[in-house]
Design a protein around this ligand. Structure first.
Ligand code: TPP
Ligand code: MG
Length: 774
C-alpha cells in the first residue's frame, strides 16, 4: 500500500540503522548489568524491550525526518536508543556508553543537564516530556512574534511517547491548553506496543485516543500494519477482520509465542478461510509477517513522516511490539526484562556481530551497505549539535521599593512590575508573565493592562469595545507579554519550564514570571520539579499564602510550601515581610534567571498590608538576600531571640517591644529564606568535613546569642520551616506556626486560635527562658 519517494537504498540503510540501534541499546544495558564490575551487587537495570519497541521509529526520525531545528522529547526508557544514535553520530563516547547508569556515566533517562550528548528535553516522569513540547512550541511562536528569534530557525517539536504514558492526565491538560492557543508544529509519536509496566493495556481505550486528539484539531495518523502485512491482509479480508479484532493481550501473547502459535490460532479461528495463506508461510515466515507492524516498517514510517510536513499538530499512532526482535518480544512481563548472556550471544550472532567487536558502531553491516549507511549518518550529524546556553544578555536595573507606610508584599509585587513596564528596557521586554486563571487576583492586572495578552491572532476586548466599565483590559496581540492559561497548575509549571529554557533552546533568554495561589503549588509539584531538574530559569510568585488569608478559609490557606521549597533543588525560596525586601529580592531573582550559575526563585507573598520599617541604611540588605538579618540586634549576652518570617512580622515586632524590657538583649531575627539558610548551614558542615572552616550565615547570626540560648520561631507556615534552626548551634526552640488546617476568620481570631499572636510569643519565650531563670 504505502509507496515512498525516498530511495529504496535509503530505506535499506535505515533498516540497518534500526538494527544497529536495537543492538547497541541492548548491548549497553547488557554491559551495565552483566559485564561491568559491580561494586554493590545490585541490579543496574535498563529497558531492552522498551528500546527495541522504538528503534525503527527513532532511526526513521533521526536519520531521515529530523531537520536542524527540530527538538525531541524521548520516552524516558528509550534513553539508550538516543545515546546509541549519538554514538553512531560520533557525539557519544564509548566510555560514556560503558558507564550507562554508573557514576558520571550516561543517564538512565535522557537528561539535559547531566548527559553529555545534546538532550532537548529531560524525561523520566512520564507525561511531562510529552506536554512540555506543546509549551515549547508556543514559546517558539512567542519568540518569533517578538522578533527574538528568526523565522528560519523555527522547527518542529517531537514527543516520543509510550502508549501507557497516554494515561497521564497532564497530557490532556496540555492538549486542551494547546488547542486554545492554536498550537502547531507538533508531532507526538506513540510507540503503540499496547503494553505498560505491569501488563498489556486494556482494549477499551482502543480507538478513543484518536477521537480525543482529532476533536482538538489534531491530524491523527495510524500506522497499524506494515507494508508486507497490509498487503497480505488486503488479499485476505477475513484475516484482516480477525486480526483487527484481536485483543491486545492475545496479540502480545502470539508475538511472544511465535509462528507455530499463530498457525494454531488462525486455524482454530478461521479454519479453511486462511488455509492457503498458512500453507504459503512456514512458521518463521508467519512470525515475521505478523511482526510487521507499522511502527517497525521503515517504508510506512518514512512515508508517514514525509507526508506530514505542514504545521498541523499530528499524532502518529505507530503499532509496535514491545521487545521487537528480542526473545521476550510481546511478553507481558518484559518491561524490565534483561536478556541473559546466552540470549545475548544468540542475538549477536544473528546480527552478524563478531565476538569482541560488539561496540564497533557499524559491525555487522556488510561492506556493500556501509557507504549508504555512513552517508545517512553524515547527513544527520550536523543537525544534532549541542546548543549553547545563552546568558548575560539582559540589563537588570536597580529595582526600587514602592513607597507607602503600609504595604502588602503582593501589592508591592504588582507595583514593581507596573513600574518596570513603564520604565521600559531589556528586562521589561524579556519578561513574560503567565498565570493559571489567577492573573488579576495575584496582582498582575496592572502589568497586563500595560503589556497585553499574547495571542498569535488578535483578540479584541469585547467588554472594552462595548464601553462596559472595567479596570482590566483583556485583549491580545502577538506583541502581548502575558500568556493566559486555564486553571491547570501543571500547565503553569510546564509553561515556566518551556519559557525558562528559551535561552538554552532558542538562544534568547526570557524572564518568565508565573503567579498562582500558594496552596496550589502542590497541584503542579511534579511539573515544578521537572522544570527545576532541567535547570529552566523562572520566577514563581505564589500569592496569597498562609492563614493570613483569613476569610478565604482552610481550602485556600497554604501551610507547607516553605517545606516544599526547603527540599526542592534549583529553586530559591524568598518570603519577604516588607516591600523593600521584596524589591531587593526581585532584583536578585532577575539576575539569577540570567546567570549560568543562577537558579529559579519562589516568592511566597501575602495580601496583608503591614507597617513598613524605617531603615537607617542598607546594612540589612545583604543579610536579607542571604536568608536572614537582625531586625532588632541582640544585646551582649542575649539569652533569647524571636525568629520570625513573612506576614507575622508585626506580631513579632510588637512582642519584641513588650518583652525586651524583661529579656535583656532580646533579638529579633527576620528570616527571609529558610531555604538559603539551610543550604549555607549544610555547605559549612560539608566544608568542615573537608577541613575548611567556613561559617554559615545563620551560624554567624545565631552566634550573637549565648550558648544554649532560646529561640521562639514563628511563621505563617508549618513550624518545621524554622524550628530546625535550633540545630545550628544547639539552641533550644519553641516553634510557633500552623500545624493543622486553617479556617475562616479575622486575623485576630485566627492568630489567636493558631498561636501566631503576641500572647503566644510571650508564652513561648517564657517557657524557653525558664532554664536560665532557675
Ligand atoms: C509519573 C511516572 N509514573 C510511573 C513511572 C514508572 N514507569 C516507567 S515506564 C512505565 C510504563 C511505561 O509503559 P509505556 O509508556 O507503554 O512504555 P513502553 O515501555 O511500553 O514503551 C511506568 C509506569 C514513571 N516513570 N513516571
Ligand atoms: Mg507501552
Amino acid at each position: 500500500m504505502l509507496e515512498t519517494t525516498t530511495p529504496a537504498a535509503d530505506i535499506a540503510s535505515l533498516k540497518l540503522l534500526d538494527e544497529k540501534l536495537r543492538w547497541l541499546s541492548a548491548w549497553t544495558i547488557h554491559n551495565a548489568n552483566h559485564l561491568r564490575e559491580s561494586a554493590d551487587g545490585l541490579k543496574v537495570g535498563g529497558h531492552q524491550a522498551s528500546c527495541a519497541s522504538m528503534t525503527a521509529i527513532m532511526a526513521a526520525l533521526y536519520f531521515h525526518a529530523l531537520g536542524k531545528n527540530e527538538r525531541v522529547a524521548v520516552k524516558p526508557h528509550a534513553g539508550p536508543v538516543l545515546h546509541a544514535i549519538h554514538y553512531l553520530l560520533g557525539s557519544q563516547s564509548l566510555e560514556q556508553m560503558q558507564r550507562f547508569r554508573g557514576f558520571g556515566g550516561m543517564q538512565s533517562y535522557p537528561s539535559r543537564t547531566k548527559d553529555r550528548i545534546p538532550v532537548d528535553f529531560s524525561t523520566g516522569s512520564v507525561g511531562l516530556g510529552v506536554a512540555i513540547t506543546a509549551f515549547s512550541s508556543l514559546i517558539q511562536d512567542y519568540l518569533t512574534a517578538h522578533g527574538l528569534m528568526d523565522e528560519v530557525d523555527r522547527g518542529r517539536f517531537v514527543a516520543l511517547i509510550g502508549d501507557a504514558e497516554l494515561d497521564e492526565g497532564n497530557i490532556y491538560e496540555a492538549l486542551i491548553e494547546g488547542h486554545k492557543h492554536d498550537v502547531r508544529n507538533l508531532w507526538w509519536i506513540v510507540d503503540y506496543n499496547r503494553q505498560s509496566l505491569d501488563a498489556t493495556s486494556t482494549d477499551r481505550m482502543f480507538e478513543r485516543f484518536d477521537e480525543i486528539f482529532a476533536s482538538c484539531g489534531w491530524r491523527v495518523v495510524e500506522l497499524r500494519w506494515g507494508k508486507q502485512l497490509q498487503a497480505a491482509l488486503d488479499q485476505h479480508p477475513k484475516l484482516a477482520t480477525w486480526l483487527n479484532a484481536l485483543p491486545n493481550a492475545d496479540l502480545s501473547a502470539l508475538h511472544y509465542q511465535g509462528g507455530a502459535a499463530w498457525r494454531v490460532r488462525i486455524e482454530a479461528d478461521l479454519g479453511k478461510a486462511a488455509a492457503a495463506m498458512l500453507k504459503a508461510h512456514d512458521d518463521d515466515a508467519l512470525a515475521a509477517l505478523f511482526s510487521d507492524l507499522g511502527g517497525h516498517c521503515m517504508e510506512s514510517l518514512v512515508k508517514a513522516f514525509d507526508a506530514a510536513q505542514d504545521d498541523v499538530p499530528t499524532l502518529f499512532i505507530a503499532w509496535t511490539i514491545k521487545g521487537h526482535g528480542l526473545p521476550f518480544a510481546g511478553h507481558k512481563d518484559n518491561h524490565a526484562g534483561l536478556m541473559n548472556p546466552t540470549q545475548m550471544a544468540a542475538l549477536r550472532a544473528g546480527m552478524g556481530i563478531a565476538e569482541g567487536r560488539e561496540w564497533e558502531p557499524l559491525e555487522g553491516v556488510g561492506a556493500n551497505s556501509k557507504p549508504g549507511v555512513e552517508a545517512l549518518i553524515e547527513r544527520s550529524r550536523i543537525a544534532r549539535d549541542k546548543r549553547a546556553r545563552v546568558f548575560g544578555a539582559i540589563d537588570i536595573p536597580a529595582i526600587a521599593a514602592p513607597t507607602g507606610g503600609e504595604q502588602a508584599t503582593q501589592a508591592a509585587f504588582g507595583r514593581i512590575l507596573l513600574d518596570l513596564s513603564k520604565a521600559g528596557g531589556t528586562l521589561s521586554e524579556r519578561i513574560v508573565t503567565t498565570s493559571p486563571d489567577v492573573t488579576v487576583s495575584t496582582n498582575l492586572g496592572a502589568w497586563v493592562n500595560q503589556r497585553g495578552l499574547f495571542r498569535r491572532r488578535d483578540m479584541a476586548d469585547v467588554f472594552a469595545k462595548a464601553k462596559i466599565a472595567s479596570a482590566q483590559k483583556w485583549s491580545g496581540t502577538n506583541q502581548g507579554q502575558h500568556i493566559e492559561l486555564g486553571i491547570a497548575e501543571n500547565n503553569l509549571f510546564l509553561m515556566l519550564a518551556a519559557a525558562g529554557l528559551a535561552g538554552d533552546m532558542f538562544g534568547a533568554r526570557l524572564v518568565p514570571i508565573g503567579t498562582l495561589y500558594d496552596p496550589f503549588i502542590a497541584r503542579g509539584l511534579d511539573a515544578l520539579n521537572y522544570a527545576c531538574y532541567q535547570d529552566a530559569r523562572f520566577i514563581l510568585v505564589a500569592t496569597p499564602s498562609g492563614i493570613t488569608l483569613g476569610a478565604e478559609g482552610g481550602a485556600h490557606q497554604s501551610i507547607n510550601p516553605p517545606l516544599i521549597a526547603l527540599g526542592q533543588p534549583g529553586l530559591r525560596h524568598y518570603e519577604p515581610a516588607f516591600a523593600d525586601e521584596l524589591a531587593a529580592m526581585l532584583e536578585e531573582a532577575f539576575r539569577l534567571v540570567d546567570d549560568p550559575h543562577g537558579e529559579s526563585t519562589y516568592f511566597r507573598l501575602s495580601t496583608r498590608a503591614i507597617a513598613q520599617v524605617d531603615r537607617g541604611d542598607d546594612a540589612w540588605k545583604a543579610g536579607a538576600l542571604a536568608g536572614a538579618y537582625w531586625l532588632r540586634e541582640p544585646g551582649p549576652g542575649a539569652e533569647a531571640a524571636i525568629v520570625a518570617m513573612g506576614a507575622v512580622m508585626p506580631e513579632a515586632l510588637a512582642a519584641w517591644d513588650e518583652l525586651s524590657a524583661d529579656v535583656p538583649g532580646l533579638g529579633l531575627l527576620a528570616v527571609t529564606s529558610p531555604d538559603l539558610l539551610h543550604r549555607g548551614w549544610s555547605a559549612a558542615q560539608a566544608a568542615r568535613w573537608g577541613g575548611e572552616h567556613q561559617p554559615s550565615h545563620i551560624g554567624t547570626l545565631l552566634a550573637r546569642l549565648v550558648p544554649g540560648a532560646g529561640l521562639v520561631t514563628i511563621a505563617d507556615a508549618a513550624p518545621a520551616s524554622l524550628s530546625w534552626l535550633g540545630g545550628v548551634l544547639g539552641q533550644r526552640v519553641a516553634p510557633l506556626g500552623v500545624d493543622r488546617f486553617g479556617q475562616t476568620g479575622t486575623l485576630p481570631d485566627l492568630y489567636a486560635a493558631y498561636r501566631l499572636d503576641g500572647a503566644a510569643i510571650t508564652q513561648a519565650a517564657a517557657e524557653i527562658l525558664l532554664p536560665f531563670r532557675t
